[in-house]
Design a protein around this ligand. Structure first.
Ligand SMILES: NC(=O)c1ccc[n+]([C@@H]2O[C@H](COP(=O)([O-])OP(=O)(O)OC[C@H]3O[C@@H](n4cnc5c(N)ncnc54)[C@H](OP(=O)(O)O)[C@@H]3O)[C@@H](O)[C@H]2O)c1
Length: 255
């Protein structure tokens, strides 16, 4: 093992959706740094290849599979089939991170196409991918699913109704799946980030204006802080944690 690797997930395999940028890329890097063989996925091949190269440069192991999660069940079955080929079966860890981020929009200004694609990418896709991959975990008797929710799944904010609905759905999936798969040894939990320092947020600073003042920590989360929570929930350190929501939000939803 490379001296750069820590080893909490040595010998394990992981799939991280939406890992070509932002939080997902950070999660992929962090899981790989713990020794997991990570499957990086998203639509953008160039950014996917860059994340794989970063992981390999740090001594880790990763592969990239291009997939558009907005294209429905057929595309998701194809992704699941590639996961099986590249990782040798169902992954030990599935991180449902990809989501359609939506700039602040009033409900009356939200068009049907955005409603349909947000529900497809952020709710139907994690449901369908989990449907494809969890049976292998159940058959093996072990596995960890970490869903990436949001503070928007926990509190209401004007201009964020559609995004909040998708994230609340993710939180609900965690609880239902924890009940459904827990008896078979598969743990399902949520990490709920607060506003996090990502490229997207750099481009939408207006969304965050005023919000930081209401965060007890008075700052954004970092990608690394969110990824550390995911690694914990994916690891054996969280071996009896099922159906939990772990906020990484500087206390915004908890204080
Ligand atoms: N950033 C925050 O402040 C924040 C706060 C709370 C929760 N979150 C949650 O954290 C997660 C990651 O957000 P982020 O801020 O890191 O966003 P991001 O930088 O925009 O990354 C989104 C990822 O999802 C992928 N993706 C989007 N649409 C896709 C599609 N149709 N098919 C396949 N992949 C798709 C993108 O890959 P491609 O472009 O390559 O397709 C990208 O890798 C999301 O679940 C988000 O709701 C973020």
């Amino acid at each position: 093992m490379s001296p750069d690797l820590n080893g909490r997930l040595l010998g394990r395999t992981a799939v991280v959706t939406g890992s070509t940028s932002g939080i997902g890329a950070g999660i992929a890097r962090a899981l790989a740094a713990e020794g997991a063989h990570v499957l990086v996925t998203g639509r953008d091949e160039e950014r996917g290849a860059k994340v794989v190269a970063e992981i390999e440069a740090a001594g880790g192991r990763a592969d990239f599979v291009a997939a558009d999660l907005g294209l429905g069940a057929e595309a998701i079955r194809a992704l699941a089939a590639r996961v099986g080929e590249l990782l040798g079966g169902a992954p030990d860890v599935l991180v449902n991170n990809a989501a359609q981020l939506i700039p602040a929009t009033r409900t009356q200004d939200t068009d049907e196409a955005t409603v349909a694609s947000a529900l497809a990418v952020s709710v139907a896709a994690p449901f369908l991918l989990t449907r494809e991959l969890v049976p292998g975990m159940v058959a093996r008797g072990s596995g960890a699913v970490v869903n990436i929710g949001s503070i928007n799944g926990l509190v209401g904010m004007a201009g964020a109704a559609l995004y909040s609905a998708t994230k609340a759905a993710v939180h609900a999936l965690t609880k239902a799946w924890a009940a459904e798969f827990g008896p078979a040894g598969v743990r399902v939990n949520t990490v709920a980030p607060g506003p996090t320092r990502t490229e997207w947020n750099e481009r939408h600073r207006d969304l965050l204006a005023g919000m930081v003042a209401g965060i007890p920590a008075r700052r954004l989360s970092t990608v690394e802080e969110v990824a550390a929570a995911v690694v914990f929930l994916a690891s054996d350190e969280a071996s009896n944690i099922h159906g939990a929501t772990l906020p990484v939000d500087g206390g915004f939803t908890t204080v």
